[in-house]
Design a binder for this molecule. Structure first.
Ligand SMILES: Nc1ncnc2c1ncn2[C@@H]1O[C@H](COP(=O)(O)OP(=O)(O)OP(=O)(O)O)[C@@H](O)[C@H]1O
Ligand SMILES: [Mg+2]
Length: 323
């Protein structure tokens, strides 16, 4: 019995070790497949399971290969759809320009009774033109084409200009835009066109939805609590907000809430363009309903640093606004 005890202990140890090894052998490829699935879920359709897993000779390797081929097929389908959208928008641009020209010529020889018809035609052509432009911008951003012109961007200045323009446009509806920032934020390796487009779309939405007599608050800060400083932008309005279950969907192309509602209608592409532009910069964009009323769009961008420390408060409206 005395001799049997060490033997039993070593046997138990050996079995435990074997169990650990076996659990690791099975769990580690599952983790790899799971983390690849998460990357795909976040929109990275180029993600593939590491070869150390797909190169094995067991069922998990077969699962990894099937997973990879499914993602590959999805990637191809989405690519084809994007190319189609891009080509159609490109191809429609020239005929649209010709229609515009013909319209101008026809107008010169028209009778006054046709004025209404021409006005409607003008509006329709302008809408199609805007839609084509937005589709082209979106497909350029999705294909990462605009990243060719990366440079250091003065994000604070870009925002000053955008907020001032929007504030000017907002005055007509008795609304205003106020920009609050403590630091002048610079973004490294950024695309100013894409960022401008993102900010314009978000602020324009806020101006459109905020109640007359209210202010859209735009706040820019640097968050230094993370290992790498992040630029943090928040745009808040005093509008109706968005149903909780649509807070993510509003960033999908052509998604609009209450499509049948009266009033000015957009194409549903603005936030998709903004999301693509922010994704190109490795940033994050999301929406939250405010506790009182209104929507807040939050944007986080990496590679941010401060150029000079001075307080800004721009395009301040006459009435006082609280943050
Ligand atoms: N600040 C906001 N408050 C309430 N709803 C909003 C706000 N911003 C966006 N939405 C909702 O999200 C939808 C999608 O917004 P998005 O900017 O993508 O499209 P759009 O403004 O309708 O059209 P476009 O920007 O192409 O002219 C809007 O139609 C609207 O229903
Ligand atoms: Mg919009």
């Amino acid at each position: 019995m005395g001799e049997g005890l060490p033997y039993t202990i070593s046997l138990i140890l050996l079995v435990t070790l074997l169990c650990f090894a076996l659990a690791y052998y099975i769990a580690s490829p599952i983790h790899s497949i799971q983390s690849t699935a998460r990357r795909v879920a976040q929109g990275d359709l180029k993600a593939r399971v590491p070869p150390s897993v797909s190169g094995r000779f067991d069922e998990l390797a077969a699962l990894a290969k099937d997973f990879d081929s499914m993602v590959g097929r999805l990637d191809l389908l989405i690519q084809t759809q994007r190319n189609l959208l891009n080509s159609v928008s490109h191809e429609l641009r020239s005929p649209l320009a010709r229609i515009n020209l013909s319209l101008e010529i026809l107008k010169k020889h028209s009778v006054p009774e046709s004025d209404d018809t021409f006005q409607r035609l003008d509006r329709d052509v302008a809408r199609i033109d805007l839609l084509m432009g937005q589709l082209l911008t979106l497909s350029r951003l999705e294909s990462g084409l605009s990243s060719a012109s990366r440079e250091e961007v003065n994000f604070a200045q870009l925002l000053e200009e955008t907020a001032a323009d929007s504030n000017f446009e907002a005055q007509a509806g008795d609304k205003s835009v106020t920009l609050y920032m403590k630091n002048s934020v610079i973004l490294g390796n950024a695309d100013s066109h894409a960022l401008r487009s993102a900010c314009e779309n978000v602020i324009r939405n806020a101006v459109r939805f905020t109640q007359p007599g209210t202010d859209v608050e735009v706040v820019l800060e640097i968050n230094r609590t993370t290992s790498e400083p992040l630029a943090f932008l928040s745009v808040r309005d005093h509008g109706p907000g968005v149903p909780e279950d649509s807070l993510q969907a509003i960033f999908q192309p052509f998604f609009r809430i209450n499509e049948d509602a009266e009033g000015p209608r957009g194409n549903g592409l603005g936030l998709a363009i903004a999301a693509e532009a922010i994704r190109l910069h490795g940033g994050k964009i999301w929406a939250e309903n405010l506790v009182s009323t209104g929507l807040e769009i939050k944007i986080q961008l990496p590679k941010a640093y401060e150029a000079a420390v001075h307080a800004y408060e721009l395009s301040k409206p006459e009435r006082s606004s609280t943050l």
